[in-house]
Design a protein around this ligand. Structure first.
Ligand SMILES: CC(C)(COP(=O)(O)OP(=O)(O)OC[C@H]1O[C@@H](n2cnc3c(N)ncnc32)[C@H](O)[C@@H]1OP(=O)(O)O)[C@@H](O)C(=O)NCCC(=O)NCCS
Length: 353
C-alpha cells in the first residue's frame, strides 16, 4: 500500500492587518482582554474572495511540489465559509489553477476540515486511486463577524493554506491519521444566516458559540486525537519534533503542550498574528514553519485539530527530504484599497445595514 506524503506547501495570508487596538474601536473589548484570554494580537481581513485565497495558496503549494496543475487528480477544499453554497468552491479553484483533469469537491468539518481533507487524500493514495491531490484549507470568516458579539468578534481571521499529497518515494509520509465527531454538541458552535433553514428569516451572518463548552472539549479531544495518532504511528511522544495544532486559542495550544508533556518550543503557534483561521490554520502554520526552518528533513510532525460539529482529528507525518520549494508561484493580487478596519466595517454595514 503506497504511503501518502506531503510534497508541496503554500499559504495566502491577506495583506490587510487588523490589530486588537483597531478592533477595540468598533467592538466593546480591549487589547489586554483579547491577549490575556486568547493570545491573539492581530488578524487578517481579506479583500479578495475565499476562492481567490484558496487559489493563491494552492498555486504556491503546487509550485513548491514542482507539480503542474494539469497533473492533479483531485482538488479538495476544506472550508465552512464558501463564497457560494453551489457549486463547490473547489470548482472555482480547479479552473483558476488550470487543474483541468482534477475532480473537485468541498468538505466542511469546521476547523478540523483540513485534517478531514488530508484523511481523504491519504485514503485515495493508499487505494491507488489517485497520484496527485491538492488539499486546501481556506476561510473567509470575517463576513461572519458580528461587531456586537464581542466573545466571537475578537477570535477569527481570514487565510488559506494548502498542501500537495503524492505517493511517498521513501519512508516519509502520513504515518497515521484519525478523525472523529460528536454531533450531539453541534449547536455549541454554529453559524446563523447561511443555509436554507434561514430562508425568509432576517437572520444575519453570525457565529453563535458556547465558548466554554468549546474550550472544555477542545482541550480534551485535541490531545487525545494527537496521542492516538502518535501511538498508531508506532512513535513515542518524545519522538515528536513539532506539533502543529489548530490555532484557536493560545490557552488551548498551551493545554495541548501540557497534556503531551512537550515543551512550548515543540508546539507551533502563530495565533498572535492570525487569530483563528479555522480550516486554514494548520496548513498556514505548516507552510510558515517550513519557511522559517522549523521543519527539517525526516522530522516527525503531529497535526491536531478541533472544531464545529464537534469534529476533531490528528495526523502523524514524517517529513520528506526536501524543505525548499521546487519553485515559487507568481500569482499575486492587487493590494486592498482600504484598511483592514474599513474592510471589516464595510462588510458589517453591507450585511447588517
Ligand atoms: C471565547 C473565550 C476566549 C472566552 O474566554 P473565557 O475566559 O471563557 O471568558 P468568558 O466567556 O467566561 O467571559 C469572561 C468575561 O469576559 C467578558 N468578555 C467576553 N468577551 C470579551 C471581549 N472580547 N472583551 C472583553 N470582555 C469580554 C464576558 O462578558 C465575561 O464578563 P463577565 O464575567 O462580566 O460576565 C474562550 O471561551 C474560548 O477561547 N473558547 C473557545 C473558542 C474557540 O476556540 N472557538 C473556535 C473553536 S475551533
Amino acid at each position: 500500500m503506497p504511503r501518502a506524503a506531503i510534497t508541496g506547501w503554500g499559504r495566502y495570508v491577506p495583506p490587510a492587518v487588523l490589530t486588537n487596538h483597531e478592533l477595540a474601536t468598533v467592538v466593546d473589548t480591549s487589547h489586554e482582554w483579547i491577549v490575556t484570554r486568547s493570545g491573539i494580537e492581530e488578524r487578517r481581513v481579506s479583500h479578495v474572495s475565499n476562492a481567490d485565497m484558496a487559489t493563491a495558496a494552492g498555486s504556491e503549494a503546487l509550485a513548491a511540489a514542482g507539480v503542474d496543475p494539469s497533473e492533479l487528480d483531485h482538488v479538495i477544499v476544506a472550508t465552512c465559509t464558501a463564497d457560494r453554497q453551489i457549486p463547490a468552491m473547489a470548482c472555482y479553484v480547479q479552473t483558476r489553477l488550470g487543474a483541468l483533469r482534477a475532480a473537485a469537491v468541498d468538505i466542511n468539518a469546521g476547523c478540523s476540515g483540513f485534517l478531514y481533507g488530508l484523511d481523504l487524500a491519504d485514503g485515495l493514495i493508499a487505494a491507488g486511486r489517485a497520484a496527485r491531490i491538492l488539499v486546501v484549507g481556506s476561510e473567509k470568516i470575517t463576513p461572519y463577524i458580528d461587531l456586537e458579539e464581542r466573545t466571537t468578534a475578537v477570535l477569527f481571521g481570514d487565510a488559506a493554506g494548502a498542501v500537495v499529497v503524492e505517493p511517498a518515494t521513501g519512508d516519509e509520509g502520513i504515518l497515521s491519521i484519525n478523525v472523529g465527531a460528536n454531533g450531539a454538541l453541534a449547536d455549541a458552535l454554529t453559524a446563523e444566516g447561511a443555509g436554507t433553514e434561514f430562508i425568509g428569516d432576517d437572520a444575519r451572518l453570525r457565529i453563535v458559540m458556547d465558548g466554554r463548552e468549546v474550550f472544555r472539549n477542545a482541550v480534551s479531544q485535541m490531545p487525545q486525537a494527537a496521542l492516538l495518532a502518535i501511538k498508531e504511528a508506532g512513535l513515542q511522544v518524545d519522538d515528536v519534533d513539532l506539533v502543529i495544532p489548530h490555532q484557536a486559542n493560545q490557552r488551548i495550544i498551551d493545554a495541548v503542550a501540557k497534556r503531551l508533556e512537550l515543551p512550548a518550543e515543540r508546539v507551533y503557534s502563530n495565533i498572535a498574528r492570525y487569530g483563528n483561521t479555522s480550516a486554514a490554520s494548520i496548513p498556514v502554520a505548516l507552510a510558515e514553519a517550513v519557511e522559517l526552518g522549523r521543519v527539517h528533513p525526516g522530522d516527525e510532525l503531529v497535526f491536531a485539530a478541533f472544531g464545529a460539529g464537534f469534529t476533531w482529528g490528528a495526523a502523524a507525518v514524517r517529513w520528506g527530504p526536501r524543505v525548499e520549494p521546487v519553485a515559487t508561484s507568481d500569482l499575486a493580487y492587487p493590494p486592498p484599497d482600504r484598511s483592514a478596519l474599513e474592510l471589516l466595517v464595510d462588510l458589517h454595514r453591507r450585511e447588517r445595514g
